[in-house]
Design a protein around this ligand. Structure first.
Ligand code: FES
Length: 120
């Protein structure tokens, strides 16, 4: 199959994962969601955050030194935290806001009817 055709199929063929009840996540909080079995190398851990009323999603793996971005209250109600070196990440774009570091990986999220869809 041609490379460009594979790309088209991967865009239209990718289905989002659905997180039931995600709409209940409170403003300024983060919740860890586990897909598959990350310990076996076959899954991913996502930090779902509510900031300014919107759901945002970060990969839980910190891009600094493989720490873990944690669930719970967001710093100043808006930044996800990796406690290993206390870096703060903006869930909207993955930028680290209090140090120099690569961006955290983000995922596209769409909220509807109390649930949310996430494209991993
Ligand atoms: S490993 Fe996350 S801040 Fe250093």
């Amino acid at each position: 199959m041609f490379t460009w055709l594979k790309s088209v199929f991967s865009v239209f063929g990718s289905k989002p994962a659905i997180i039931r009840g995600a709409g209940k996540l409170e403003e300024g909080f983060a919740k860890k969601i586990i897909f598959g079995d990350p310990l076996a190398g076959q899954g991913v851990e996502v930090i779902l955050c509510r900031v300014e009323g919107r759901l945002e999603a970060l990969d839980a793996r910190c891009p600094h030194e493989d720490g873990q971005i944690i669930e719970g209250p967001l710093h100043e109600g808006r930044y996800a935290i990796c406690p290993l070196h206390n870096f703060w990440f903006d869930p909207k774009n993955g930028d680290v806001v209090n140090s120099a570091c690569k961006r955290a990986k983000t995922y596209k999220v769409r909220e509807a009817d109390g649930d949310c869809e996430i494209w991993l």
